[in-house]
Unconditional design. Sequence first.
Length: 342
Amino acid sequence: MKTLVPTSIVGSLPKPAWLAPPETLWSPWKLESAQLLEGKQDALRISLQEQLLAGLDIVCDGEQTRQHFVTTFIEQLSGVDFENRKIVKIRDRYEASVPMVVGEVARQHAVFVEDAKFLRQQTDKPIKWALPGPLTMVDTLYDDHYKSREKLAWEFAKVLNEEARELQDAGVNIIQFDEPAFNVFFEEVNDWGMAALERAIEGLHCETAVHICYGYGIQANTDWKKTLGSEWRQYEEIFPKIQKSTIDVVSLECHNSHVPLNLLELIRGKKVMVGAIDVANSRIETPEEVASTLRKALEFVAIENLYPSTNCGMAPLARNVARGKLNALSAGAEIIRKEFSI
């Protein structure tokens, strides 16, 4: 019998302190060579166990084998120079030192497939794997070759599709594409961004998801949110295009945000990963708070399409806080199941 109201997280969980410095993004590895590989696999096992202990229904790797949700994939591609970097404004709000595209980008080998196979061996639960989306990849580097965000996005879509097909064959049940840039560059999303994402999922028969949020709980993002006013209506600009797409699941930021949940009406019929856990602060939600967010979403999302989740990744949080939030998510979803007698 299919699990109704299946819980999952968006992607990242905090890494153990023996693997990488805690509570930070882009944290460097503390291990090398064979020890690093073993350490990553041990961390993946721990991440999986924490999800299972919390009672999550769909599990993932917690992004334990990657430093960053975008650049870890990009650094495995040819045509990208990580030595000579440029300063660019990411998501049109904060500056970062990023790699340069200096030639034709191509995927010369699988990036995450062995990690996915390892995760598949550890559990019989449905597993979800996150990849960066084409537009967000374009927005996280400097292009000195194609000189066109659109052309580069289409090239990235091709290599993402190659990776996604192999992940599917490795036993991944849901492939999620992280597209925080969708919340910023509306014209590009509607002109070619959504089309590029559909190229990335071409030929897949597993479920596909797009994650669109307001970013990790870092200062640049929280400062940006303060400028957005009393209602965050960014989703309104892109939902009509997403509604017409072949993407199965839409992952969104909802809890403690100023997103009007009636915007979910624009994607009625899609499965929705409703962010019911705030990743921008360390306060652990109560199960009832989680359930309250889910109840509000159920006004616009059918119960069979409701996937309780987190607003974004939890990599920057303390591990005990992340564990508490996992437990709250699971308990909140159980309240909803009992209310609907399922």
